[in-house]
Each structure stands twice: as C-alpha cells, then as structure tokens.
Design a protein around this ligand. Structure first.
Ligand SMILES: Nc1ncnc2c1ncn2[C@@H]1O[C@H](COP(=O)(O)OP(=O)(O)OP(=O)(O)O)[C@@H](O)[C@H]1O
Ligand SMILES: [Mg+2]
Length: 381
C-alpha cells in the first residue's frame, strides 16, 4: 500500500508546486522529484531560484541551456536505482529567446529580433509573456517524452499564477489588430493613414530611430505571435488534463494559509485544474505524543536545582505542545479543505533542508502511507 502522495507521483505527468513566498516550494519540489526517481521514474525538476545549498545538492547552475542530470554517485547516495533525476533552473530570458529561435519566421528574423534593442524591454513588459514562454518550455519537455514526470516549482508570489492565465493576458496584448497598426506596409488606406499618424506621434515622442526599432520589433515578433496565439488554447487545455496536478505548499503561518486558500480557489474552482492536495511544511504536528518533561516523576530526594530546571522545561514544553495542537488542527482543517485530495504534514528539520540527506528524509515522509502526526499514523516518536 502506498500513500496518496506516492500515488500522485506514480500517476501524474506534471506536478506544479504553488504557494506563498518562502514556504518551501523549491524544497518540496526537489523532495518530490527524489521520491519519484527512487520509485523508478525518469524525473525532471524545474526549479526557480533555489537556495545556494539546494542548487549545489541538485547540481544546477544559473542559465544552463539544458537540464542537468544528477551525477551517478549522487543518484546512488539518494537511493535512486532505476529512476533518473535531472534538474533545470528556469531562466525566463533564456526561455523567451528559445521561443523566438523556434518560432520566428526564419533564422535571420530570429537573429534580428534577438538583436533588436526593444526586444528585451518589450517582452519583459508584456504581462504574462515570460510565464507563458515558461509554460511552452514545460510543454516541450512533456512532449519530448524523455521524462515520465516533470515537477515544476513556481516563483515566490501570487504572480506565479499568472502563468496559468497567461494565455488570456497575452492574448489581450497580442491582439493582431492592435499589433498591425504599428507595422507599416499593406492594408487599407485608412490603416496606412493610421500607421503614418502613429509614426509621426512616435517620432515626436521617442525619436525616429527608436520608432524604427519598435516597428522592426513588432514586424519580426509577428511570426512568434502567430505561433503563440495558435497555441494558447492547446496550452490551456494541456493544464486541465487530469495527469497534470497542482500541489499547494504552505507553512503554518496565517498569511501562507490564506495564500494557499487563494491558490486553491484559483486552480480548482476558477480554472478547473486538478488540485492534488496540500503540503503543510515545517509543521510541529509530527511531534504529537512526544513525552513531556515532568518534575513529579523525579525521586523525592532529587536535587532542587534539577527539579527547578525541569519545571522550567515543562513550562516551555507546554507552550510547544500548544503549538503542536494548533498544527494538528491545521492539518485536519486542510484535510477537510482538500476534499478528495490529501493534506500532508512535513516536519521542521533543524538546520534547514538543503542537503541530500534532508531531501531524502522529506521524500520518505512524503511517500509514507500516512503523514506523521496523523491519528492513524503508525509512526511513534
Ligand atoms: N521542512 C523544512 N525544515 C527546515 N527548513 C526548511 C524546510 N523546508 C524548507 N526549509 C528551508 O526554508 C528555506 C526556504 O525554502 P524554499 O527555498 O524551499 O522555499 P520557497 O517557497 O521555494 O521560497 P521562495 O518563495 O523564496 O521561492 C530554505 O532555506 C529551506 O532550506
Ligand atoms: Mg523557491
């Protein structure tokens, strides 16, 4: 028997980890990837801005053109025998350049577009375009069939969700009719007049050279745009497929939980995507049932200093127990909110969670039959 997280890793082709800043999305993504690779799957984890230690553990560098496979000795150390694990650090600039290279009308057009002064600024300004191009890259990985499972980490804010509705936002900006106004040449007399007028206004506002650069950008970007527009619906449908799952990572902090609620409404209720469940990270729930320091258990002739020390500890432990009880209630609440999905508790690891042993430990907790601290959990402290 395996638990629901293990089943998710078995059944899905893509798992997207969302959540508030700093809750552990990148750590959980890496741990899930290790768990799936240990179970024999060929896994790619796409990370965003991992901590230095985690980047070292996964062997990812900034701006690599391709995913980096985990070296054999590290696979062995993580107990990965049949599966494979590769990691890639998502760099939006690199991804959007790749989209241009693949979808410009010709290699020359691609070169001119990448060299265009406006390209970088304008593409950075188009809301959702960066996220959208990232989605394209993800789609590419899934279609290539090199990996059985892709785990996607997301950036630290609710803007991360922009990539979900990116097709709509991009569509608004990229409406061909607006676009064409900037591009000189063909069209009706009225359109030519409108273009000339826009040129004049822009010459005054920006200077002629900038206006020419802008026009070149709009002209060249047209080819890429046609491709993006064509793919929008496919991409939206792609994320609604049942084998693409969303996982909401949260910490016990109130703001993080509120953010998880927002993500749940957005993904499941609004966008009708498949929400697998919640991960309550850095939780003390796993400590439920730990023995409490009890001065009454001391022999009558115990050293008074020892008795007083133990009383102080007992006070601290009561505060801790209170927190444990709160975290248990939170886990139960998340389980209700998850409906058919799961609510999984991950312990707070002393000293952070950046090295391989930490990730393997979290991976084991993730694929257990029940989360630690769960009333039916067999794990005893
Ligand atoms: N269960 C855990 N126990 C202890 N430390 C943890 C745990 N999970 C994550 N951390 C630590 O918390 C920090 C933040 O984690 P991580 O980078 O995974 O969060 P994130 O949600 O990806 O952050 P961001 O939103 O900035 O991308 C890291 O230093 C990580 O090692
Ligand atoms: Mg992160």
């Amino acid at each position: 028997m395996t638990g629901p997280v293990a089943r998710m890793l078995e059944e899905k082709r893509v798992v997207v980890c969302c959540g508030a800043g700093g809750v552990g999305k990148t750590t959980v993504s890496a741990s899930l990837a290790i768990a799936a690779a240990r179970a024999g799957r060929r896994v790619l984890v796409v990370t965003i801005d991992p901590s230095k230690r985690l980047a070292e553990t996964l062997g990812v560098e900034r701006n690599p053109p391709e995913p980096v496979p985990l070296p054999a000795e590290r696979l062995a150390a993580a107990g990965i025998v049949e599966g494979t694990l590769a990691a890639w650090m998502l760099d939006p600039k690199l991804v959007s350049d790749r989209v241009v290279e693949n979808f410009a009308r010709s290699p020359e057009d691609a070169r001119r577009l990448l060299d265009n002064r406006m390209y970088r600024n304008i593409t950075a300004m188009i809301a959702g375009l960066q996220e959208y191009t990232a989605v394209e890259a993800l789609h590419g990985f899934v279609m290539e069939d090199v990996y059985d499972l892709v785990i996607l980490d997301t950036p630290p804010s609710r803007d991360a969700l922009r990539f979900l509705d990116a097709p709509d936002r991009v569509a608004m900006f990229l409406d061909r009719r607006i676009f064409n106004l900037f591009v000189p040449g063909e069209g009706s007399a009225i359109r030519r007049m409108a273009t000339r007028l826009i040129e004049k206004v822009m010459d005054v506002a920006f200077g002629e050279q900038t206006r020419r650069d802008l026009q070149q950008f709009f002209d060249l970007f047209g080819g890429v745009l046609d491709h993006l527009n064509h793919n929008q619906h496919e991409m939206r449908a792609f994320f609604k497929q049942p084998d693409i799952g969303f996982l909401l990572v949260t910490s016990p902090a109130r703001e993080a939980l509120a953010e998880a609620g927002f993500f749940a409404r957005k993904t499941r209720d609004e966008l009708k995507m498949h929400l697998c469940g919640y991960v309550l990270n850095r939780s003390l729930a796993a400590q439920a049932g730990y023995a409490m320091p009890d001065p009454a258990a001391l022999p009558d002739d115990a050293d008074p200093a020892l008795r007083s020390g133990l009383s102080t500890l007992a006070g601290l432990a009561r505060v801790e127990q209170q927190k444990v009880a709160e975290h248990l209630a939170l886990a139960a609440d998340l389980e209700t909110r998850a409906g058919d999905g799961f609510a999984w508790v991950l312990p707070m690891l002393g000293g952070g969670a950046g090295d391989l042993a930490d990730l393997v430990h979290l991976a084991d907790v993730l694929v257990a039959e029940r989360p630690p601290g769960h009333p039916d959990s067999e794990e005893t402290p």
